[in-house]
Design a protein. Structure first.
Length: 159
């Protein structure tokens, strides 16, 4: 196995709402594959959004609707954080400048996300904050002065 991640797939309860959120964040949905799924190119990684029930079926695991998620006329109701324990998974978006952390958090909130931790100094010397997308997925937004980001958005650990 080569040391890389190719696609991060988020199972969503409302595909249209999730697509609208990520488009409002500035991502562009790939136009070739749009039937029941959404793909966004993010540097060298692809972000995929797929209905949660379909993802569970594909993986061969039982599907359990998240607590607190109401479905009306085939659509999930407006996002309300599910009352469930922390899943132990967070996605991260690293910025090029400390100021960009606040900008991304502000954009996430305007797009319908929920700020969990405002931008502030991190114990490791950078700046960070957290938000949840419209499906409850946890995102860290961080500037780490030790991690370089090239022109194509690829992040590197220090030498």
């Amino acid at each position: 196995m080569e040391p890389r991640i190719s696609i991060v797939t988020l199972g969503v309860t409302d595909l249209d709402r999730a697509v609208a959120f990520y488009e409002a964040m500035g991502l562009e949905r790939h136009e070739k594959f749009t039937e029941g799924v959404a793909f966004f190119q993010m540097g060298g990684v692809i972000l995929a959004l797929w209905p949660r029930e379909e993802l569970a079926r594909d993986a061969g695991v039982p599907y359990r609707r998240a607590p607190g998620v109401a479905v009306q006329e085939g659509k999930a109701a407006p996002f309300q954080p599910p009352e469930q324990p922390f899943a132990g998974v967070a996605l991260a978006y690293n910025t090029r400048t400390p100021e960009d952390v606040l900008d991304v958090l502000t954009r996430a909130e305007k797009a319908g996300g929920r700020i969990l931790k405002q931008a502030g100094r991190a114990f490791w010397g950078g700046v960070q904050g957290y938000f949840e997308d419209t499906e409850g997925n946890l995102w860290e937004v961080a500037f780490n002065p030790d991690f370089s980001i090239d022109e194509e958005g690829r992040i590197s650990l220090p030498a």
